[in-house]
Design a protein around this ligand. Structure first.
Ligand SMILES: CC(C)(COP(=O)(O)OP(=O)(O)OC[C@H]1O[C@@H](n2cnc3c(N)ncnc32)[C@H](O)[C@@H]1OP(=O)(O)O)[C@@H](O)C(=O)NCCC(=O)NCCS
Length: 191
């Protein structure tokens, strides 16, 4: 989906060739139940066992950067962003942004919805002077948005992760080559 087919407004994207209107807006707390349902459909309920969830335990998604896509049936896409930290040594914590999960309803894929949400979130992050952005996903898709695995090979996740899917976007100069990833306020102990 080339960018020119999207009308990008401050909070709303409209796909002019679709019969129905698709809007991309900031996610709100009221959207959360529909987002959780969409994520269960996209990733299965075992998604909560993934290492990425350890990074966001107890955190809330960042408003302004997190967004949803809606059509006349309701929420059909979600992208969430979180504050996390890269930790080296005992007390050196460098802020990073975690982008994800990104999900689009099965019947709506291939229409540019995820790309529209990505462009919106990255533009907002860049405008806000965001730290580098971490994402766990396929480089074949996210590479087009500037994500690559090169800088993350020595970073330790709080659980198993496929290293080629640990992607970073942004200037990695000055970031430690060996470090561990944690939530913004550290990792919670398992109950
Ligand atoms: C991945 C996902 C978010 C893409 O959403 P989407 O709205 O269909 O994406 P878009 O329409 O913006 O982009 C489609 C393009 O991405 C490509 N693409 C989608 N998923 C891809 C993947 N995993 N690897 C490589 N390319 C991919 C498509 O082939 C298409 O390519 P084209 O533009 O050259 O035709 C959606 O398929 C989804 O929700 N999947 C299940 C959840 C998931 O895996 N999320 C990603 C991990 S966080």
């Amino acid at each position: 989906m080339p960018p020119s087919r999207w009308h990008v407004l401050p909070l709303v994207c409209r796909w002019k060739d679709a019969p129905g209107l698709i809007e991309i807006t900031s996610a709100t707390a009221a959207d959360q139940p529909a987002i959780e349902s969409l994520l269960d459909d996209a990733f299965g309920s075992a998604r909560r066992n993934r290492a990425a969830y350890r990074l966001r335990e107890g955190a809330v998604p960042l408003t302004g950067l997190s967004c949803v896509a809606r059509d006349d049936t309701g929420i059909i896409g979600s992208l969430q962003c979180w504050d996390i930290a890269l930790c080296s040594g005992s007390d050196v914590r460098t802020p990073l942004l975690l982008l994800g999960p990104v999900a689009v309803a099965a019947g709506q894929r291939g229409a540019g919805v995820a790309s529209g949400m990505m462009r919106r979130a990255l533009a907002a992050a860049d405008a806000a002077g965001s730290p580098p952005i971490l994402l766990i996903g396929d480089a074949a898709f996210y590479g087009r948005f500037g994500f690559a695995a090169g800088a993350t090979s020595g970073w330790i996740m709080p659980g198993p992760v496929d290293r080629v899917r640990l992607l970073l976007r942004g200037d990695a100069t000055g970031l430690p080559s060996v470090a561990r990833l944690e939530g913004k306020d550290g990792l919670r102990r398992a109950a």
